[in-house]
Design a protein. Structure first.
Length: 99
């Protein structure tokens, strides 16, 4: 049981690392990757091309759910059931919505 938990935590953190660095490379999003130490991350919308409501709605339409914690600031969490393929899909969805 402990080995499985350790493996899951490592996987969650690896996915968070990949997701945060992917977000960092997308124009219109901003994240401080050095502050991502766990599977929880916060990022910001840094674009006047799309509103916060539009971002959330379009991402939801693509199947990616997250929420706004303060104006133009969002929280994402990687956890059990989130795979590396899900991270790739999420990053592609962000790129599509923000292009």
């Amino acid at each position: 049981m402990i080995d499985n938990l350790d493996h899951q935590i490592q996987e969650d953190h690896a996915n968070a690392y990949k997701l945060s660095h992917g977000i960092d490379s997308i124009k219109g999003l901003k994240i401080q990757t050095e502050k991502v130490k766990t599977n929880i991350m916060y990022f910001e919308l840094d674009s006047n091309q799309i509103s916060s409501e539009q971002l959330l709605s379009k991402m939801k339409d693509l199947g990616v759910l997250f929420f706004e914690v303060s104006p133009n600031r969002y929280r994402l969490v990687t956890h059990y059931g989130i795979t590396e393929q899900d991270i790739d899909f999420t990053l592609s969805a962000f790129e599509k919505v923000l292009s």
